[in-house]
Ligand binder design. Structure first.
Ligand code: ZN
Length: 98
């Protein structure tokens, strides 16, 4: 009887340890999950900034560009000859930034 009780007590304490391990693991996963969610939100916001929805300053540059002026560093403020596309300008207006 005693040995059975002891065995049960040992089993119980093992079970208890496993339970604590599980709870610790669960807490770790929750924290990790939280971090991942924050990361996803961050990335989503970043991607949003590069989506067709242009920022206010880029919209101003786009407007200038569409009016026929360069907005690139190379030719800023100069007229675009024959409304030629300028890859430097389009890169500044629509290019991706990190
Ligand atoms: Zn240009």
């Amino acid at each position: 009887m005693d040995t059975r009780l002891n065995a049960t007590a040992v089993n119980f304490s093992h079970l208890h340890e496993s339970l604590i391990e599980l709870m610790e693991k669960n807490a770790e996963l929750e924290i990790e999950n939280q971090h991942l969610r924050e990361r996803v939100t961050e990335i989503t916001e970043k991607v949003g900034q590069n989506s067709p929805q242009l920022s206010k300053s880029r919209k101003n540059l786009e407007k200038l560009y569409n009016e026929g002026f360069h907005v690139c560093n190379e030719y800023y403020g100069k007229r675009r000859e024959n409304d030629e596309d300028c890859i430097f300008c389009t890169d500044i207006i629509y290019g991706r930034r990190d």
